[in-house]
Design a binder for this molecule. Structure first.
Ligand SMILES: [Zn+2]
Length: 76
């Protein structure tokens, strides 16, 4: 019997890269268009956008999110 396929499983892991930080995002929940702060490196920048947006529109509810971290995949 001939071998038709050979699978090789290599274990990988993924981890956060602390030196790269995270990104923050504020999203207005009252806008059907999904207005948001764009990803920001500083939490205060996302929050400043929310404050300005609330001031301009009267919208008061937001999702405040850590949206991205930087990850590294490596083999064991
Ligand atoms: Zn809004």
């Amino acid at each position: 019997m001939a071998v038709r396929s050979l699978y090789r499983y290599v274990r990988h892991r993924i981890r956060h890269i602390p030196s790269e930080g995270v990104q923050y995002l504020g999203i207005c929940t009252r806008d059907g268009r999904g207005q948001d702060s764009d990803p920001q490196r500083e939490e205060t920048a996302a929050q400043d956008w929310m404050l300005k947006h609330a001031g301009m529109t009267g919208h008061q509810f937001f999702l405040r999110m850590v949206v991205t971290d930087y990850a590294q995949v490596f083999r064991d």
